[in-house]
Each structure stands twice: as C-alpha cells, then as structure tokens.
Design a protein around this ligand. Structure first.
Ligand code: S3P
Length: 439
C-alpha cells in the first residue's frame, strides 16, 4: 500500500497518544507468567502487541479483549509456560521475541521462534547467548537469526551479566529468565536503558534491586518467584507522540496538544533535544498512572536550529532518530547525530534508511558508520521512500512530506500498524494531508 503526504496548512487540535509499545508488550508477558488474572487498560492494539498476545496463548496463557476495551490475561502462574504446539510467530516485533525468549527460558519446554523478513534479519544471539549461559540450548540461523529453536530443562542457573551495550531488550530477557532460577540474577548496564521491566516486575511482586554503577546501573532480581497478577494502566507512547510533535514543530502556524504522554526520563531524550533546538514544547498536567509519570504536551510551530546530540543520550531516544532527522531537515544549520550504531540493527538499518529517505527528497546528509549529519533548509520532496518493513521510517517520511515543495511517497504504509494503528486518522484529524491510493 503506497502512501503519499502533501504539503499541509497549520495543524491544530488535541489528541491522545496511543498506548506505549514497550509497556504493552511487558504487560502481556508478565501477565502470562503471573498467577491470577491481570487486567490491562490502554493497551496498544498494534500488530506487534497482537503478535505477543497470540504468543502468550501459544505458551498457555489466556488473553482476552473485554467489551470495555481493556484486556485480561489469565497467567500460567505456578504451572508455568508449556511447549507451544506450533512455531511462535513474533511478526515484526524485536521486543516481543527477545522478551518472550527470556520469559520462556525459565520453564521446561522447547519452542521455535519465527518472524517476518525484517525480524528474521535481526541478531538474536545477544539474548540467546546469555540465556545459553544460564542453561538453555538453542539452534538458530547464521548470526543467531530466526527461525531459532530453544530447549530448556527449566532448571536455569542465575547469571551476572554485563551486556556490551545498553539494551533494555537484553536486560529484560535476562531478568525474566532470572525469575525462575534459584538465586540472584544481575545485569550490569553500561548506560541506563528504559526501566519498564524492573518497574513492572516490582508491581507484579518480584524482588528487584537497582543500584547506580558508573554511568549505568546494576539491576538484580531474586528467584525463584511466581509473579502475582495485577492491573497495568498503559501510558501514552512518547516514541509515537514524536510524530505529531515534530509535524507541529515544522508546519508553520501549528498549535496542538498531545495528551497522556509518558515522561519517564529513560524515554524523553527527544524532548530534551528538541528543546535545545529551540522547540516550543510545554508539558503540564503531570500525574502518575500505573507507576509512570504522564503529562500533556503543548506544541507550537518553532524555528528550529541544528545541534549536536550528546552520544550518551542515545538510549533515551534510540527509536526517535529517524523523526529527529526530519526535524533537522527543517532546522537552520546542521544537526549531528552520532554514537547510534545500534540503529543499524533495528527493524531496518535505520542509519542508511534515514539517509536514503532524506536524500531522495533533496536533503543534504552525511552518513557515518555510527550515525549521520543533516543539513537543514527548505526541502524539495518529490521522492518515493523505501521503508524496508520499518514503521518508523514510513511515518518519518510522511511527516517530512507535510512541508516539502513536492509530495513525498512511501512504497508501503502497512507496517505503520505495528506501533501506531491510528496514525492516519490522528494525523489527518490534526490537518495533515496523508493519502492512500484508495482514499
Ligand atoms: C525496547 C528497547 C529498545 C527499542 C525498542 C523497544 C524495549 O531496543 O529500540 O523499540 O521495549 O525494551 P534495545 O533495548 O535493544 O535498544
């Protein structure tokens, strides 16, 4: 499904950010491990999360959407996960597959994990190798890629692990496996990554300790423990809110409010960077929901200027660089984004995909092995962007097209449903002109 976005007039209105993808995955996975019935409100009903819901059923949990829009998960509890009958298809979801591998590792079972073309090209060794140190045996394709099959005897040993770089997915997988070991499992994070797993584990009754360590932290979980069901209220996703925010910042005359955005400091690096670039971003109505701070964000069109993004900020905005590059394309001067080599192993190689997106539309960029620089100014547009099954590349290109001289097209908008199924409705409701051929 190709999609085209056209130059827009000022955006206006108030919208609610969709549920956070990271917290949605975790709510279903921890709910499936727990004893009792977990209720989840505000779940992101994106394709990635629906893949995780099906996977949790494959392992024996019962996941149901209720009439009021909430979801319930009857967990496996003491009995534990069981071997799925068929392959566990995790679709496009890296977070889904890596966290589910960690969760499943602690039970006596064997499972084969598969995914779409994008997920099948992503490295899984970063999770499978530490899990094998704990006692899991596995086979995978070259470079630890999917399809991968693993077998666990359900008697894992605790692990003290230092990942080579900050990754919440790796940290989470190891902590989840640690729940079913006899002892303390520790992850030594070189820099802080998003902390939703440790926060949610505490809410589900696990004993988690977090101690600062250099620029990072030491996170430990004590096993064995059976999680206890609870209620999870999923806050709005700052990574999704980034798209309407940057649309408003770059479209002259815009004035919008985005409600219910999670303001967890491990996720708000983009807001900090945009503020440094001169953005009008005002957060108010701060409140707490489900253990997370949320706020409403008021955004107005702003004359942005280029900055150098500090490299140590990357973990708190790792998914936001493609859309930040769009803001940079309209800023005065050059924006330098480096120290982000991890982007090469996301849903696509996001360094080369972002550079190609901008260059196809006349923006001057420089690609480095670990990032890119973007020179701002008026943007010609007129390009067709290859999205490589990557939702964030697709949405970034469409937001770029709101202010280009010529429309911007993408080859395929279908993947947007993985993280932001209401993207078209929400953006066009604010005044964007994003069209599919059938529309
Ligand atoms: C996520 C962690 C990040 C991020 C991904 C979601 C999570 O990946 O890119 O979209 O929910 O834990 P890494 O932890 O591998 O950097």
């Amino acid at each position: 499904m190709s999609v085209t976005s056209h130059r827009a007039d000022a955006l206006s209105g108030t919208v609610r950010a969709p549920g956070d993808k990271s917290i949605s995955h975790r709510s279903l996975i921890l709910g499936a491990m727990a004893e009792g019935t977990t209720t989840v409100t505000g779940l992101l009903e994106g394709a990635d999360i629906l893949s995780t819901a099906v996977a949790m059923q494959d392992f024996g949990a019962k996941v149901t959407r209720q009439k009021d829009g909430s979801w319930t998960v009857i967990g496996c509890g003491e009995a534990g996960f069981t071997s799925p009958k068929g392959d566990v298809d995790c679709g496009n979801a890296g977070t889904g597959v890596r966290l589910i591998m960690g969760a499943a590792a602690g039970y006596k079972l064997s499972a084969t994990f598969t995914g779409d073309a994008s997920l099948s090209s992503r490295p899984m060794g970063r999770v499978l190798d530490p899990l094998s140190e704990m006692g899991v045996s596995y086979t995978a394709q070259d470079g630890g890629r999917l399809p991968a099959t693993f077998t666990s005897d359900g008697a894992l040993s605790p692990l003290d692990y230092t990942p080579p770089h900050a990754s919440a997915q790796v940290k989470s997988a190891i902590l989840l496996a640690g729940l079913n070991t006899d002892g303390i499992t520790t992850v030594n994070e070189p820099t802080l990554s998003r902390d939703h797993t440790e926060n949610m584990l505490k809410a589900f009754g696990a004993q988690v300790t977090v101690k600062p360590q250099g620029e990072g932290q030491k996170v430990s979980v004590t096993g064995p423990v059976t999680l206890k069901a609870t209620t999870v209220n999923v806050p709005g996703d700052p990574s999704s809110a980034a798209f309407p925010i940057i649309a408003a910042l770059t479209t002259p005359g815009s004035d919008i409010i985005i409600e219910n955005v999670m303001m967890n400091p491990t996720r708000t690096g983009l807001f900090e960077t945009l503020t440094e670039m001169g953005a009008y971003l005002r957060s108010d109505n701060f409140r707490t929901s489900g253990g997370e701070i949320i706020a409403d964000i008021h955004v107005k069109y702003s004359k942005l200027h280029g900055v150098t993004v500090p490299e140590n900020r990357a973990p708190s905005m790792i998914d936001e660089y493609p859309i930040l590059a769009v803001a940079a394309a309209y800023a005065s001067g050059t924006t330098i984004m480096r120290g982000i080599a991890e982007m090469r192993v996301k849903e696509s190689d996001r360094i080369s995909a972002t550079v190609a997106l901008l260059e196809a539309n006349g923006v001057e960029t420089t690609e480095y092995e670990d990032g890119f620089a973007v020179k701002g100014g008026p943007v010609a547009g007129g390009g067709t962007v290859t999205t490589h099954h990557d939702h964030r590349i697709a949405m970034s290109a469409l937001i770029l097209g709101l202010n280009t001289a010529q429309p911007v097209s993408i080859d395929d908008g279908a993947m947007i449903a993985t993280s932001f199924p209401t993207f078209f409705e929400l953006m066009n409701g604010l005044g964007a002109k994003i069209e599919t051929p059938e529309a």
